[in-house]
Design a binder for this molecule. Structure first.
Ligand code: ADP
Length: 486
C-alpha cells in the first residue's frame, strides 16, 4: 500500500481537472472490501505502454534464456529468500486489498514461497532434452532429440481471489522456463503483484519481469502483444481472450470457473466430511476456483450429515483481523461479488429452498454470512452457476449412481471430492466424474501437490495445466532435432 501512495499524489491534479464520466480513468483506487477504506491506488497502464514494455522485455529475455536453468535457479532461490523475509509485509498487503482474515492472508506468501522453490529446483530436469523412441528403426541412424525453447514473453493475467498465489502459479514456472513475463493483476487487488515486482528489483535480478496495472483494456493489450497468454479468471473473459489469441495465432491456457461437487456416501466418516466440506465451501469466503459449491448426500445419512455440516458452519468466526488471527471468514472481494451471492440465495429461497444458517450480509463491508441451503435442485442458479461465495447448497440423492449423474450435470469440470469409508470405492467414483481433479476424503489436496497436473475440463478451462513438468514445458515450444549417428 505504501509503494502506491506516490502514484495517488502524482495523479491528484488529473482527477481535479478530469472531464466527465466517459473519460478513461488514469488511476484506479484500491479498497479494503472489509472496511471500504482506500488502501492505495495504481496507474492504468495504456496499450502503448504495454506494447513498449513487451518490446523491452523481448530485448532482455535472450540473456535470461542463455544463463540456463541453473543460472535462473539462483535468482529464483534469492527471490524465495526475499519472499520469506517479507512474509508479514506481503500478508499485510494481501489482507489490506482482500479483506481476508490474517490466517488466509498468510496462505498467499506461503504458497508463492513453496512454489518458487519447487520450480527453481526442478526446471533443469523438466527442460532437459528428451531422446524419444530408442526402439524406432530411425534411431539406429539418427539421434532423435526433443528440445524445449521458451516463448520470449509470456503474458499472465490474474484474478483477485489470491493476489500473490495466482500470479505465482504462472510467473515462476514461466521464469524458470527462461521466458520473460509481463503480469497484469486484477484491478481489484493489484498491490500484492506490485510487491512482487518490487522484490524482484530489490534482489537485483535481471529486468525480465514486469507488472502492468489497469483493468480489461490493459489485459487486452497484454493479449495483443505477448507470445503466450496464461489467463486465470471468469469463463466469460476467458472466452474473449481465446478469440483474441486465435486471431493472432498465439497459444494460450485458460484456468476458469468451477462448480465443484462434493459427494458424501453413506459409509463416510460424517464428522470428517462435515468438517472438510465446511472448510472447502467457506475457506476464503468461498472465493476459490476449487471451492465446494454443491453437496450430494446419500439418503440414509442425509439428516445426520446436514446437522453436522450446519453445526460446523455456524461455528465459523467471521470478522476483520489485524495481524492476529481471530477469524475464519472475512469479507468478499467486492460489492459485485456480494450481489451475486445474495441473488443466488434469494432465487433459491423464492423457488422453495430453505436457509439453515446465514443467507444474508454479515454487517461489515462486503461480507456475507456462511450459508447452508437445503431443498435445492438443478433448476436453481445456486446450483447451476458459479457462486464464488460462502454458500453450500445440499441435495439428497438415492444412491451413488444418482450422485455421479448429478455431479456431472454441469458445464464446469474443475475438481470434485468424494467422501467414503472405502478408498477403492472412492477411486472408482472419482474415475466416473467429469473433473480435472478429484480428492477423496479431502479438499484442495491436489492444488498443494505441485507435482500433479491441475486444470479444468469443459467450461472450466483449456490448454496446458499447472503443476509438474507440463507446468513449465507449456511455456516452451518443442523443437525436434535429428542428427546423423554415422
Ligand atoms: P473476475 O475474475 O472479476 O470475475 P475477470 O475474469 O473478468 O473477472 O477478470 C480476471 C482478469 O482479467 C482481471 O485481471 C481483469 O482485469 C482481466 N480482464 C478483464 N477483461 C479482459 C479482457 N477483455 N482482456 C484481457 N484481460 C481482461
Amino acid at each position: 500500500a505504501e509503494a502506491a501512495a506516490p502514484v495517488a499524489e502524482a495523479a491528484a491534479p488529473v482527477a481535479e481537472t478530469a472531464a466527465p464520466a466517459a473519460e478513461t480513468p488514469t488511476v484506479i483506487d484500491v479498497r479494503n472490501p472489509g472496511t471500504g477504506e482506500v488502501v492505495g491506488s495504481v496507474p492504468v497502464v495504456s496499450a502503448d505502454e504495454v506494447a513498449a514494455k513487451v518490446r523491452e522485455l523481448r530485448l532482455f529475455q535472450p540473456e535470461w534464456e542463455a544463463i540456463g536453468p541453473d543460472g535462473r535457479k539462483e535468482w529464483l532461490l534469492k527471490f524465495q529468500d526475499w519472499l520469506i523475509d517479507n512474509t508479514d509485509t506481503l500478508a499485510d498487503v494481501v489482507q489490506s486489498e482482500t479483506g481476508k482474515p490474517r490466517v488466509d492472508s498468510l496462505i498467499d506468501p506461503a504458497f508463492a514461497t513453496d512454489l518458487v522453490g519447487y520450480y527453481a529446483r526442478r526446471a533443469a530436469k523438466f527442460l532437459a532434452d528428451d531422446h524419444p523412441s530408442p526402439h524406432s528403426p530411425l534411431a539406429r541412424v539418427k539421434k532423435l532429440t526433443t528440445a524445449y525453447k521458451p516463448y520470449p514473453v509470456v503474458g499472465v493475467i490474474t484474478p483477485w481471489n489470491f493476489p500473490l498465489a495466482m500470479p505465482a502459479l504462472d510467473v515462476f514456472p514461466a521464469l524458470a522456463a527462461g521466458a520473460a513475463v509481463i503480469l497484469k493483476p486484477s484491478e481489484v487487488t493489484p498491490l500484492s503483484a506490485l510487491e512482487m515486482a518490487r522484490g524482484w528489483a530489490e534482489i537485483g535480478a535481471p529486468p525480465i519481469f514486469a507488472v502492468v496495472t489497469g483493468a480489461g483494456a490493459t489485459g487486452g493489450a497484454v493479449v495483443a502483444n505477448a507470445d503466450y497468454i496464461q489467463f486465470t479468471g471468469s469463463t466469460a473473459t476467458g472466452r474473449k481472450i481465446a478469440v483474441a489469441c486465435a486471431e493472432r495465432m498465439v497459444p494460450y491456457s485458460l484456468e476458469l470457473g468451477g462448480k465443484d461437487p462434493a459427494i458424501v456416501l453413506a459409509d463416510a466418516d460424517l464428522d470428517r466430511a462435515a468438517h472438510g466440506i465446511a472448510f472447502g465451501g467457506m475457506f476464503n469466503s468461498g472465493q476459490v476456483c476449487i471451492s465446494v459449491e454443491r453437496v450430494y448426500v446419500e439418503a440414509p445419512v442425509y439428516d445426520e450429515f446436514v446437522a453436522k455440516l450446519t453445526a460446523n458452519v455456524k461455528a465459523l468466526r467471521q470478522g476483520i483481523d489485524g495481524r492476529e488471527s481471530k477469524h475464519d471468514v472475512g469479507a468478499l472481494a467486492n460489492e459485485n461479488q456480494a450481489n451475486i451471492v445474495q441473488r443466488h440465495v434469494d432465487e433459491a429461497v423464492a423457488a422453495g429452498a430453505r436457509v439453515l444458517t446465514g443467507g444474508k450480509r454479515a454487517g461489515f463491508g462486503t461480507a456475507f454470512e456462511p450459508t447452508v441451503l437445503v431443498d435445492v435442485d438443478h433448476t436453481m442458479s445456486c446450483v447451476t452457476e458459479e457462486t464464488f461465495g460462502p454458500t453450500l447448497p445440499v441435495m439428497k440423492v438415492a444412491d451413488e449412481a444418482e450422485a455421479v449423474r448429478l455431479a456431472n450435470d454441469s458445464i464446469y469440470g474443475l475438481s470434485a471430492s468424494v467422501w467414503t469409508g472405502d478408498k477403492e470405492r472412492g477411486e472408482r467414483v472419482a474415475r466416473q466424474l467429469n473433473a480435472g481433479a478429484v480428492n477423496i476424503n479431502d479438499v484442495f489436496a491436489n492444488l498443494f501437490s505441485f507435482a500433479l497436473p491441475m486444470g479444468g475440463w469443459g467450461q472450466s478451462g483449456t490448454g496446458a495445466r499447472w503443476g509438474g513438468a507440463d507446468g513449465v514445458r507449456k511455456y516452451c515450444r518443442q523443437q525436434a532435432i535429428t542428427t546423423p549417428i554415422l
